[in-house]
Design a protein around this ligand. Structure first.
Ligand code: SF4
Ligand code: FE
Length: 478
C-alpha cells in the first residue's frame, strides 16, 4: 500500500488537464486551490501505516487474499460496513475535512454487485472485467473518483430528448476495441487528485436512453478529459498565503469539487462495465446512493466532533465555558452528532448480502441518515455560531494582526481571558468559520444527493402498506 508521500508523488506523474481561476493548473500538489485537498486525500494513504489507522483502514481482499487499503475493498460482511463508518469518523476527526476517497469506494461496490446481476440476466462479462480492474487497482493502490452526477441540462427532459445530448455522459461510438464517450459530470469530489474516474449513470433510464446507460473507468489523464476546479467560500485567502484565515490550512474545506468534461474519450472494452443495459441503471444508482448516504454519519460525525471541540474551546477562550446555556448547547451538539453516527451504524449493521456476495447497507436507514445530515449540520453550525459569537463574521485579516503599526493594538483588544493569546482565539474562530459556513453547509445539504432524493427513497422503502395494515388490525377495519 502506498504511503502519503508516494501518493503525492504519483500525482505529479499524471498529466491530468485541470483548470482553476481561468488558468491551467500545472501541479495540483502545489497549486494553492488544490494542495490542501491533496494533503487531505493523502491521509487515507498515510494513516494506513500507523498502528491506530491500520486497524480501520485496511482489509483483506476477497479477490487476492492480500491486505489492501479499505478504500478499495468490496464489503464482505455487515461488519465491513460498520468498520467503514468507523474509518470515516476516524479520518474526519483528524482532518476536519473531506478526504474524498469514499466516492470511489462506493462506486466500485455498487458496480460490483450490479455487474453480477447484469451478467446473470444478459450473459455479459462485465463482472469478471470489473474484478480484473479491481485487482489492478488494489495492487497499485490507486485513488478512484466515483463520478455519478451528470450536468443534466433541462430537468424536465430525459437524456435522449435533451437538445444537447452532452449534458449526460453517453456512448457515441461502439468499436471493436472499445467505446467512445462524451458528456460531463459535475460536483466531482477529489477528481483533480484522483488517478482514475469510475463513471456511472446518474438516474434510472428507459430504452430510448440506452446510450446513456454506461459505466466504465478512465484514467484521470486520458485524452479528452478536462476538469475545472470549483470555487469555495473564502478560497482567495489561500492565494494570499493567509494560513490562520484559511481556517484549516492543512486540509482545506470539504471535498474540492470539479466538473469533469469528456470529449470523445476512448474506453477499451476491458474497462467497460455497462453499455446499454438501461434496465440496471436504476439498481446501480440506488446502490451507489445508499452506500454514499451511509457515510455521512461517519464523516460528518467526525467533522461535527471537531466543530463541537472548537466551539467548546472558543467558549473557554472567551471565558464563558461554565455558563449553563453553553453547556446545554454543547450537549445538544453532541446529541445531534451521535444521532447521525447511530444512523450510519444502524444502516450498516442491517446490511445484507447481494447476489454477488458483496454486502450493501439497508437503503431505508441509509437515506434517513443522509436526510438527517441535511438538517443537523445546519443546527450544529447554528449552535456553534451562537456560542462562538458574531466575532466570527467581523474579525480583521491575519495580515492586520501582523502589521507593525496596528498589530499590537489588535492583539490587545482581541485578547479575552488571561490564559490564552488573541492569536489562539483567532485560530479557533477561523476554524469554526471554515467548517460551519458557505460551501461546508451546502455540501451537507447536497453531497450524496439532495434532500428530495432521500425523501423519494424513504417513501418508496418505508412500506406504508404494512403500516396501514397494523393500524387496520388494531382498530378493527376488515
Ligand atoms: Fe467521503 Fe464524506 Fe467526503 Fe463524501 S463528504 S467523500 S463521504 S469524506
Ligand atoms: Fe460528499
Amino acid at each position: 500500500m502506498m504511503t502519503a508521500r508516494q501518493y503525492i508523488e504519483s500525482l505529479r506523474e499524471r498529466k491530468t488537464r485541470v483548470f482553476a481561476f481561468g488558468e491551467r493548473v500545472e501541479d495540483v500538489v502545489k497549486h494553492p486551490a488544490t494542495a490542501p485537498h491533496v494533503r487531505c486525500a493523502a491521509m487515507t494513504y498515510g494513516l494506513v501505516h500507523t498502528e491506530e489507522g491500520a486497524a480501520l483502514l485496511t482489509a483483506r481482499s476477497h479477490l487476492t487474499g492480500k491486505t489492501v487499503n479499505r478504500f478499495l475493498h468490496i464489503h464482505q460482511s455487515a461488519e465491513d460496513l460498520v468498520t467503514k463508518v468507523k474509518m470515516l469518523r476516524f479520518l474526519a476527526q483528524r482532518t476536519g475535512s473531506c478526504f474524498q476517497r469514499c466516492v470511489g469506494l462506493d462506486g466500485i461496490n455498487a458496480v460490483y454487485s450490479t455487474t453480477y446481476e447484469i451478467d446473470a440476466a444478459k450473459s455479459t462479462e462485465y463482472h469478471q472485467r470489473l474484478a480484473a480492474y479491481l485487482k489492478d487497482m488494489q495492487e497499485k493502490d490507486l485513488m478512484i473518483c466515483g463520478a455519478m452526477t451528470d450536468s443534466k441540462g433541462d430537468r424536465s427532459l430525459p437524456p435522449s430528448q435533451q437538445p444537447d445530448p452532452d449534458v449526460f455522459v453517453h456512448v457515441t461510438e461502439r468499436r471493436k476495441d472499445g467505446i467512445v464517450i462524451r458528456g460531463s459530470k459535475q460536483h466531482q469530489t477529489g477528481a483533480v487528485n484522483s488517478h482514475e474516474i469510475l463513471l456511472m449513470p446518474t438516474t434510472a433510464l428507459r430504452e430510448a436512453d440506452k446510450d446513456f446507460a454506461v459505466a466504465c473507468a478512465v484514467p484521470a489523464d486520458a485524452p479528452g478529459v478536462t476538469m475545472v476546479f470549483g470555487r469555495q467560500s473564502n478560497d482567495y485567502r489561500k492565494f494570499l498565503g493567509e494560513k490562520i484565515d484559511s481556517g484549516n490550512p492543512a486540509f482545506g474545506l470539504v471535498g474540492g469539487e470539479a466538473i469533469i468534461i469528456l470529449e470523445d474519450v476512448f474506453v477499451p472494452w476491458e474497462r467497460v462495465f455497462m453499455c446499454g443495459e438501461y434496465e440496471f441503471s436504476g439498481m446501480l444508482v440506488e446502490r451507489f446512493a445508499s452506500l454514499h448516504r451511509q457515510n455521512y454519519g461517519g464523516c460528518k460525525g467526525g467533522v461535527s466532533d471537531v466543530i463541537t471541540g472548537a466551539t467548546a474551546l472558543a467558549a473557554e477562550l472567551n471565558g464563558c465555558a461554565s455558563a449553563s446555556h453553553v453547556r446545554d448547547k454543547l450537549t445538544e451538539m453532541m446529541h445531534l452528532t451521535e444521532t447521525l453516527y447511530c444512523c450510519s451504524i444502524a444502516c450498516s449493521s442491517e446490511g445484507k448480502k447481494t447476489k454477488s456476495g458483496a454486502y450493501i447497507v439497508d437503503p431505508l436507514l441509509a437515506n434517513v441518515c443522509k436526510h438527517n445530515v441535511t438538517r443537523y449540520i445546519y443546527e450544529i453550525s447554528r449552535l456553534s455560531h451562537d456560542i462562538a459569537g458574531g466575532v466570527i463574521a467581523t474579525l480583521p485579516s491575519e495580515k492586520d494582526f501582523r502589521n507593525e503599526e496596528i498589530g499590537e493594538m489588535l492583539h490587545k483588544h482581541y485578547k479575552a481571558t488571561d490564559t490564552a493569546s488573541a492569536e489562539d482565539r483567532i485560530r479557533v474562530l477561523r476554524l469554526i468559520e471554515n467548517m460551519t459556513a458557505g460551501t461546508a453547509l451546502v455540501e451537507s445539504m447536497h453531497g450524496a444527493g439532495s434532500p428530495q432524493a432521500q425523501r423519494v427513497m424513504i417513501y418508496r422503502q418505508g412500506n406504508l402498506e404494512q403500516k396501514k395494515e397494523f393500524a387496520r388490525t388494531l382498530c378493527g377495519i376488515k
